[in-house]
Design a binder for this molecule. Sequence first.
Ligand SMILES: *Cc1c(COP(=O)(O)O)cnc(C)c1O
Length: 496
Amino acid sequence: MLYTSTRDNNLSVSSAQAIEKGISVEGGLFVPTEIPCIDKDFLNELKNKSYIDRAKAVLSLFLTDYTAEELDYCITGAYGTGFAHEDVAPVVKLHDNVHILELWHGPTCAFKDMALQLLPYLLTTASKKGGSDKEIVILVATSGDTGKAALEGFKDVDGTRILVFFPNDGVSPMQKLQMTTQAGNNVGVSAIYGNFDDAQTGVKKIFTNPEIRDILDEKGFAFSSANSINWGRLAPQIVYYFSAYCDLLKKGEIANGEEINIVVPTGNFGNILAAYYAEKMGLPVKKLICASNANNVLTDFLTTGTYDRNRPFHTTVSPSMDILISSNLERLLYDMCGKDDNQLRAWMTSLNETGAYTVSDNILKQIKDLFAAGCCDDKATAQTIGEVYNTYNYLCDTHTAVAVNVYEEYRKQTGDTAPAVIASTASPFKFSAAVLDAVSDKELPADEFSMVEELQERTANNAPAQLLALKGATPRFTGICNKEEMRKVVFDMLGI
Ligand SMILES: *Cc1c(COP(=O)(O)O)cnc(C)c1O
């Protein structure tokens, strides 16, 4: 199977090359030129398999230039240990035919682990296949979850270095502690004065600076990306939608071929795009329900066909969805407009220059046939956490609560009661302040670990061991720099 770019159909690369490059030279995203199809027998066969074997079956359809041995090495390495649940991504029944797909049992307690535990294996294998002897340098700007998950994924991986920049005042106390205490001999973490956009812009500048590129090349280094635009992060996410369907089949909750609704709390449109690819492959899906917080640019787009980022940015209790440019939407549009790379370039130029674009009626119709969309604010998010806990005795995090809220509203308004799978993207203990506030009437304690403990006591849920272990831990990385100094921090880490 070959891959091309959403902005240049003349390009043709293998999956390993797409993963190694991360993003295409002209700024487009790599996409498969065709989408493999599966049938009921495929689902039946997968039903009794482990998560690792399901991942091999699904990923071998996309990563055709990796040998079976290579995929076995990569996938077993990623999911064999390191996940606290034997099913890796278990499905839990919330009520009736509504199920929660828990994607946060990995080392950093957020769904980013599902892809970032595998990406380092795929990337280093790709690099070997391509004959490169360069050391791979991963640069990450993060608003919290991606940075920690990338650090855990790449720590002590031979032939790689990883350096993460985070906004000093823009991450939660738990997220900050997770990153500044990171172990590993090839890792670096630095705070920056500024917000997430400053960190992101700084990283992009370093990435695209030809002078820096040359210096690195000379010293035997090459940059790569662990961002969610990398195909190597998207492909692993397709797997868990198949896995969830097979789990429901196995439990007798659905019949083979029965359509399900999939609900995804969405930011960069990566997670829900993976569900879209699963549907295109033949997974029986009725609706993909896109849930947003107060930053509801996607709700508007999916209902009107106009994408418009010219709006206030809201800081919410679901920070990983605080985003106004959902990069992966580009891949959906490419598919829906008949792979018209000229059209994609025009829309993306418009987005760049005016902050907006409008798709055709034909595309809007395709979108509405498959997608539903909704949003809710922080107050409704908190209310949902409380209701879900009181009614079903299930504790969910703020991002998952947005999805539950939007789904319940959808079910009420449409009367669509098809079986539903709601993606749960983080452990509630990663966002203890907001979650505790939603389930308790008491005054919140001041410090993070008192909140974690109180949340455990109040709800009889156990906090993940890896979060509890951070209590009293001494940060290893205390550096903080101005955005102009980021280049120096990178060079210092690489010993240049
Ligand atoms: C990243 C993230 C999301 C958003 O996922 P996208 O793939 O960017 O749409 C949702 N919830 C949590 C907890 C996340 O870390």
